[in-house]
Design a protein around this ligand. Structure first.
Ligand code: TRP
Length: 384
């Protein structure tokens, strides 16, 4: 890895890293990523030189030639029976913005509850995970990093400096969060990774810096199918050394009415978030969806123990998608399945952690027992 000075900004550059001079619109990166342009997707401008860019590095996903594009994924899923769309496409710039709004909704108790747990447990988490050494903080699906700020502050208080490695699929939100955090904490360094979780994890273990605390919060685990969530936890475990820890936040199974309201708020923000998938197809693939002809649907399935999100066509309709060169047909009432949010019992979470090679150090939940945060360490790793 080499260091470069680009118009007065001190930046790193290594494989898969592309750092350009100020003025380049980093927002283009979100769009370029889906258009599959080979290098353009890795471009990120450092828009605020005052923020101390030598403390910031951004790494971008280099997509393998065979990886499916947005168009490929839409072609596969919208022509499947029943129709569905991969939920990772929620998070373009607009989707990430809407998701941040969801996190502030009173009905969406997950974020505030988890944040409250983290505030109460931060110093304990830091003491348990650091074992007296400087920790590197890694976060899978970091988004705005707002909840994480409690942990960043606690770690800075304990060790004076910190390397934070946020991993998120949206380069725009990653960049905004990095700028905010760097301005707030002068001894913080950030290596952002604009990529999917799996790629971020792999990149991380190549870098091998000190003991790590890996955060996987917001019940993102619940957006994987059960077999995949197990596979992914094992994958995390595989990338952790004996001194590392995983902090896992997961939503618990409770009152279906409360669960459903969290994903179907009266102000309609979650509906906009869901419908953004169709808007994104319109924007990026030349789709002709009229979002008014679809309803947002969110319901709890007791059999599957998950909240399902769908988009339901109000009418019989045919929607052309230019980039695919086909027309997708809907009958009235037909749905596109867009997301699953699995809910867990505490016993399930404990067992899942054990099965995937972790031992529970501590777990926390809020008084009504809606949300759980577990601190896990690799099983078999020596106890102090
Ligand atoms: N992982 C969170 C959850 O399951 C966030 C999330 C994912 C979400 N997809 C969503 C929130 C769709 C609202 C709507 O709740």
């Amino acid at each position: 890895m080499s260091r470069h000075d680009v118009r007065g900004l001190s930046l790193w550059r290594g494989q898969g890293q592309e750092l350009l001079a100020p003025g380049l619109d980093h927002r283009k990166a979100d769009r370029a990523a889906t258009l599959g342009q080979p290098q353009a997707r890795t471009l990120v401008g450092v828009s605020n030189a005052a923020v101390g860019s030598s403390r910031l590095r951004m790494d971008h996903a280099l997509r393998g030639r065979k990886a499916p594009s947005f168009a490929d994924d839409v072609r596969t899923s919208l022509w499947d029976v029943p129709k569905w769309l991969p939920s990772k496409y929620f998070y373009d710039e607009r989707g990430s913005e809407l998701f941040e709004r969801i996190c502030t909704l009173p009905e969406y108790y997950l974020t505030s509850t988890e944040a409250q747990i983290l505030r109460g447990a931060a110093s304990e988490i830091v003491a348990e995970a650091s074992m007296g050494e400087d920790l590197v903080l890694v976060e899978l699906g970091s988004g705005s990093s707002r909840k994480t700020q409690t942990l960043i502050a606690a770690l800075l208080a304990a060790q004076g400096r910190l390397l934070y490695v946020p991993i998120d699929i949206s380069p725009t939100i990653l960049h905004q969060a990095a700028e905010r955090l760097l301005a707030a904490y002068p001894t913080l360094r950030i290596v952002g990774k604009a990529m999917e979780h799996e790629q971020g994890l792999a990149a991380l273990s190549l870098e091998q810096q000190g003991p790590k605390l890996v955060l996987f919060l917001g019940s993102s685990l619940g957006n994987y199918e059960p077999a995949d969530s197990e596979r992914f936890l094992r994958e995390i475990r595989r990338h952790l050394g004996p001194q590392d820890h995983l902090l896992l936040g997961a939503d618990l199974c409770h009152d279906p009415a409360v669960l459903e309201a969290a994903y179907d708020d009266p102000t309609g923000v979650t509906a906009l978030f869901n419908k953004n998938l169709l808007e994104r197809i319109n924007r990026e693939l030349g789709g002709r969806f009229s979002t008014e002809s679809f309803d947002h649907l969110a319901f709890f399935s007791p059999e599957k123990v998950r909240v399902e999100m769908h988009l339901r066509s109000r009418i019989d309709q045919q929607v052309p998608i230019e980039a695919i060169g086909e027309v997708v047909r809907f009958s009235a009432g037909e749905t596109i399945h867009t997301e699953n949010c699995y809910k867990y019992t505490r016993e399930q979470l404990t067992t899942l952690a054990e099965v995937c090679g972790f031992a529970q150090v501590t777990s926390w939940s809020d008084p009504p027992d809606r949300f759980s945060v577990q601190l896990l360490r690799p099983r078999g790793a020596s106890l102090r």
